[in-house]
Design a protein. Sequence first.
Length: 129
Amino acid sequence: MDGQRGTLLLDQAEKLNGDEQGHLIGLLADSYKKAGGRRRVVEITKGGRSVLEFSTYGPKAFASTKNLDPDLRDRCVRVPMTRTRKRLPDLEGWEPVWGELRDKLYRFTLAAFKDVQAITGRYSEMEPG
């Protein structure tokens, strides 16, 4: 999240409810704002130790068949989905619908780039490439 400002997509998020995942829930719940969700790790090299800090701020999507932890759920927009009764055809990457979707997504990205830049302010800080 820190380097690319992408969207975190987390499937089977009900597994976050376990006791051993409490620190991760706090980090994710706090990362809905720029100032929150900082993760610090110690890098140990031959030259010594240094503290590295990473931001987890950015959009996230959680897929779950059960309710999320209350701290995390309070910061989410819930989108309930219903399983279809009839099987839908599997889509392959070469089908025309994928080309149309890719085209629309590329156009949207190009049209909205300035808005994303204004909102996040991150692209000007990133190195090109």
